[in-house]
Design a protein around this ligand. Structure first.
Ligand code: ADP
Ligand code: FBP
Ligand code: MG
Length: 460
């Protein structure tokens, strides 16, 4: 690409065109929506000057790293609307009736998101009709709603789990949209992972088809951090922090034994982000196994050979395995191959006990009579059943506030998420389809390998 020199110390390059990922607004399909000044104008705590409010022209670029030598840099740059308060809103606060639902597995921070949705809807926008849907999507049609207000949710951010209760399965589109219509909800906040977002897309499409005055908002939750586009999911950092405690214990046990091995299994069905980040933060891990890389046990370049060398050199080793790693190696019956959970996710076999038994058998076979101690730690639910740490609590708060500002402005079918450190509105279909695997070709994975010196498992 041709460069234009403007001064001896700077070089100017033209940027490719910017393609904005627009978000639907209720005003696109519903005629005569009110256009009202934002009640934040009258808040005694805010003194909005003209730059306080954002408009549809405020955007965030998805990609902020460029290689100006590359010809591919002429393809358009994706941009998203910036999240934040709008000068005019499309709901009269007295008419807003909110439903909040949590679905899927637990994640640190769920209660904070719920709390902050309630408090900010109440305090910033004067909304008084706020309801919690109990037990996930099925709660829309099978359980009583709980009325929420700032007093009820006051200390929820200090508690792990979800006070609204969650579940997998139970997605019945007709019944859910029927309940939304019957109960008169006009803002529905769906907090959950990829499955929940796929469900929210279907609800959004049906609401559009029926031309209902209802905003559907997604707030992505995944302890595995496997949702794409966004920088990271809330609760992920807390989970990594707790995972480190397990790794530390495994290291202490391994160090204190003859030929000691500490084996830690961490969450991560399809992606190894927790294992990768915990390994990089710990520096005590000798080998990290993730779903993105197939590994093998026997022979040259295999796990046994590597551990053998480590034990000879250091007398101990620590192994971290993500739950989705090695699934292709674990023997599985025909019925196990077909097993699915209530949401249709394939059921994984437990890699931890399998690997423990393989390691014990290997040692007995190859080192008969030599001492060997393997301690296995499975902190699975401990890392996600805790309250969010300070960083995640703040993140949850800003996600909740971003969602509310977007919904009150009439946006629908969107997800609030952080992109390159800023808060954005992303079309919900895009988030539902975007995966976030560990990129094993990038610098972070190379760094991990340089820290652990583990095999690349390419020689089988
Ligand atoms: N493709 C889908 N369409 C509609 N609903 C779905 C879909 N996948 C999952 N769901 C629903 O979303 C909820 C949570 O899904 P699940 O996969 O268990 O968790 P997560 O959202 O954390 O990935 C469940 O109620 C499930 O029925
Ligand atoms: O035992 P449960 O509740 O089905 O949850 C276990 C699964 O949930 C997960 O935590 C994934 O949840 P996320 O949707 O939060 O990423 C996996 O790591 C794990 O396989
Ligand atoms: Mg999921």
């Amino acid at each position: 690409m041709e460069s234009m020199h403007t001064s001896p110390n700077s070089t100017t390059f033209p940027l490719p065109p910017i393609e904005l990922q627009t978000i639907p607004n209720l005003s696109d399909t519903i005629p005569n929506l009110p256009t009202l000044p934002n009640p934040i104008d009258k808040s005694p705590y805010y003194h909005p000057d003209p730059s306080f409010y954002l408009s549809s022209c405020d955007v965030i670029l998805r990609q902020i790293i460029f290689d100006f030598s590359s010809s591919s840099s002429s393809s358009p740059l994706l941009a998203y609307h910036r999240a934040g308060p709008r000068r005019f809103i499309r709901f009269d606060s007295d008419d807003v009736r909110v439903a909040i639902v949590t679905c899927g597995g637990l994640c640190p921070g769920l209660n904070t998101v719920i709390r902050e949705l309630v408090v900010a809807l109440w305090d910033l926008y004067g909304v008084r009709q706020i309801f919690g849907v109990q037990s996930g999507y099925r709660g829309f049609y099978s359980a009583d709603m709980v009325e929420l207000n700032p007093r009820v949710v006051d200390n929820w951010h200090l508690r792990g789990g979800t006070a609204l209760v969650t579940s997998r399965g139970g997605f019945d589109l007709e019944k859910i949209v029927g309940a939304i219509e019957k109960r008169g909800f006009n803002q529905v906040y769906c907090i959950g992972g990829d499955g929940t977002m796929r469900g929210a897309v279907k609800i959004f499409n049906e609401i559009q088809r029926r031309k209902l005055h209802v905003s559907i908002i997604g707030i992505p939750k995944t302890v595995d951090n496997d949702i794409g586009i966004i920088d990271r999911s809330f609760g992920f950092q807390t989970a990594v922090e707790i995972a480190l405690q397990a790794i530390h214990a495994a290291h202490v046990e391994a160090e204190s034994a003859v030929n000691g091995v500490g084996l830690v299994k961490l969450m991560g069905r399809n992606t190894g982000h927790i294992a990768l980040h915990a390994t990089l933060s710990s520096r005590d891990v000798d080998c990290c196994l993730i779903p993105e890389i197939d590994f093998y046990l026997e022979g040259k370049g295999g796990l046994f050979e590597f551990l053998d060398q480590r034990l000879r050199k250091n007398g101990h080793a620590v192994l971290v395995v993500a739950e989705g790693a090695g699934q292709n190696l674990i023997p599985r019956t025909e019925s196990q191959k077909a097993e699915e959970d209530e949401s249709g996710n394939p059921v994984f076999l437990d890699v931890g006990p399998w690997l423990k038994s393989e390691l014990n058998n290997w040692w007995k076979r190859d080192h008969p009579g030599e001492l060997f101690t393997l301690k296995y730690i499975d902190p699975t639910y401990m890392i996600r059943a805790v309250p969010a740490n300070a960083t995640d609590n703040l993140y949850c708060t800003l996600l909740a506030h971003s969602s509310i500002h977007g919904a009150m402005a009439g946006y629908t079918g969107f997800v609030s998420g952080q992109i390159n450190g800023n808060y954005a509105y992303i079309p919900i279909e895009e988030v539902a389809a975007a995966k976030n695997a560990v990129d094993v070709k990038d610098h972070k994975w190379a760094w991990l390998r340089s820290v652990t010196n583990q095999p690349d498992f390419q020689q089988a």
